[in-house]
Design a protein around this ligand. Sequence first.
Ligand SMILES: Cc1cc2nc3c(=O)[nH]c(=O)nc-3n(C[C@H](O)[C@H](O)[C@H](O)COP(=O)(O)OP(=O)(O)OC[C@H]3O[C@@H](n4cnc5c(N)ncnc54)[C@H](O)[C@@H]3O)c2cc1C
Length: 317
Amino acid sequence: MQHIYDIVIIGGGPGGIGAAVEAKVLGLDKILMIEKGDNHSQTIRKFYKDNKRVDKDYKGQVIELAGSVNFEDGTKESTLNYFDELLDNDEIDTAFNSEVEKIKKDGDIFQVITSSAGYMSKNVIIAIGTMGKPNKPNYKIPPSVRQRVNFNLDKCSSGEKLLLVGGGNSAAEYAIELSKTNTVTLNYRRDKFNRLNDVNEKMLYEYDGQEKLRLRMGTDVESLENENGLVKVNFNDGYYTIYDRVIYAIGGTTPVDFLKLCGITFDENNRPEFDENYESKTKGLYLGGDIAVQSGGSIAIALNHAHHIISHILSQK
Ligand SMILES: Cc1cc2nc3c(=O)[nH]c(=O)nc-3n(C[C@H](O)[C@H](O)[C@H](O)COP(=O)(O)OP(=O)(O)OC[C@H]3O[C@@H](n4cnc5c(N)ncnc54)[C@H](O)[C@@H]3O)c2cc1C
């Protein structure tokens, strides 16, 4: 008979790792964490700049951790090391390079299906985050400059003239870090930032004041063109500037189609439906982490979701 897990966790970010660890600590044994990347924490690896400061109380949201994961302020590297340690110490079963395509429920058992395998489980936690699908602008990106228009920092190298677009902490932190090695302009469509934590806001204005970077506020990008292989950015104030690279840091989107294939229902505002225990309309199927918050998720919030979900699963046994 095929192995039946107590819990299959889809997504190996903070929410998924937190769930796996809490489940182990609270006595569950048959746990599998499935991650589509070749290692855990793809959002942290791909979207955090090297040496980035990682705040526990991200965006000023003070969170008291409820479970056994003792996550603290640190850097990108120390956070990844800490998660490595947790997965190693608790000997969590993991399937990397495995993208879940859908979930079906037959009787009391879920079938979790990837392109190359199928797993059976009594409970499933979906913690796939939103950064698999970064938000894109609604104007056209000319194909000839697509290599120079990015949604993370993978292709970025030092010495480039960069435009960062966005008004959140990700955009601010990218701009601050990159300004140490590049000529950076941060463009935000509003006149004032309203979603930044105090540290980032203070640093941005300081850097702008000291001309370490340039803030271009209250104007929006209208269109992009190719100018001799570089990106010509036309702003809606009538001016344009040519950049080596444009990086959008404007958040991510809930992967609605995937969630529907997993049997998640949506309300009239297109938000996934789940109750106070993060359980969807299908018993035993949970949503945690960034996909279970309307906006402003964080590592600590994802870890607390994980603790709550596992405690709820155990209370149902
Ligand atoms: C630039 C940036 C800076 C940030 N800085 C901070 C900070 O300082 N402090 C803080 O607390 N928060 C910070 N955050 C937010 C934090 O990263 C998120 O809130 C947190 O990562 C959410 O965890 P999660 O587990 O819900 O999702 P994610 O971390 O997004 O993890 C989801 C995982 O699921 C995998 N996955 C997706 N689809 C599938 C599938 N179909 N099958 C299998 N696996 C799949 C992905 O590859 C990924 O590894 C920052 C975010 C960004 C973008």
